[in-house]
Design a protein around this ligand. Structure first.
Ligand code: AKG
Length: 306
């Protein structure tokens, strides 16, 4: 591997990222830092997942309990899994695959969560990490410019022994916005993330090629195989508290967790001041192939295939 191919992983996140770091983000589409959160912050953020499961799972007053996201479970593997939806906000979480959640086994349930959605306001630690952590906020201002705003909070966890893959995709294949140069994700490891338990893999510089064609497979929405070369990918292995920031067009994936160690991570997305939610038609015209047809994750098609 030559020096230019070494993953852009730094030991520490400075108070103010320097110009070379910011340039590297724009060239490679990502930066990673092994040591950002304190051990106490990692523990609080990880314990928070158990706290939220204890508060909301099987609590009929707070959550509605449904059998799979919009019943997409019949069409794609990653749409399976029991879903607990808040009755008063967008907060919801989904259990991994066919795991049978039980009210008398809530810690076990917390170890078998696949997805947490819209959770940033659920606990002070998430609010702090998403909106106030000084060095993360400085990093976001450096890559997105002043005036950036939160777009979403969506965490994927990978239970030990089979936590499912998230295949190759670009986040902007999902996000209906008016421009593609001002969205990024911040991914925070809560457990050690390795190749064996499903760490992030990215294609350095792959954001510069623009939107790629996605289709629904039996697993999820993914970039078609002709438009991705896994040999170009680098794994981003991180210790607990390590952070990856990545461009909304950067192709990335996480493999199945075949190890006996769980892999939890938080994720927050942000949009620049100039980036707005777009009418669906405008977004679909932009995230299009040479023939002008939409090539992102088309939920209407998935709906039909149910
Ligand atoms: O954390 C993961 O396993 C993958 C997260 C991801 O790629 C996504 O949510 O878009």
């Amino acid at each position: 591997m030559n020096a230019a191919k070494l993953p852009a992983i730094y030991a520490t996140l400075p108070d103010r990222p320097d110009a070379a770091m910011v340039q590297r983000y724009h060239e490679e589409g990502y930066l990673a830092f092994t040591s950002v959160l304190t051990p106490q912050e990692v523990k609080e953020a990880s314990d928070g997942i158990n706290q939220l499961v204890h508060k909301y799972a099987f609590n009929e007053a707070l959550t509605e309990h449904v059998g799979g996201i919009g019943t997409y479970g019949k069409a794609i593997k990653n749409g399976r899994g029991m879903l607990f939806k808040s009755r008063t906000s967008d907060f919801h979480f989904q259990v991994e695959g066919t795991y049978e959640a039980r009210p008398d086994r809530l810690d076990e349930l917390a170890d078998n969560i696949r997805k947490f959605h819209s959770y940033a306001k659920e606990l002070p630690i998430y609010d702090f990490l998403a909106h106030q952590h000084p060095r993360l906020q400085a990093l976001l201002a450096a890559v997105l410019g002043e005036g950036f705003r939160p777009y979403s909070s969506m965490a994927l966890c990978k239970p030990a022994n089979g936590g499912a893959e998230k295949p190759w995709h670009q986040d902007l294949a999902y996000f209906e916005v008016n421009r593609f140069d001002g969205v990024c994700g911040v991914w925070i490891a809560l457990d050690r993330a390795t190749v064996a338990n499903g760490c992030m893999h990215v294609i350095p510089g792959g954001h510069r090629q623009g939107p790629r064609k996605h289709e629904w497979s039996k697993v999820d929405c993914e970039i078609i195989t002709q438009e991705i070369n896994p040999a170009d990918a680098v794994p981003i292995e991180l210790p607990p508290g390590g952070v990856l920031i990545f461009h909304g067009l950067l192709p990335h994936e996480t493999p199945v967790n075949n190890s006996d160690l769980r892999r939890r991570a938080l994720q927050f997305h942000y949009q620049s001041a100039a980036t707005q939610i777009a009418p669906q038609e405008e977004y679909r015209r932009k995230f299009a192939g040479p023939d002008g047809l939409f090539i992102g994750c088309d939920y209407a098609k998935l709906e039909k295939s149910k």
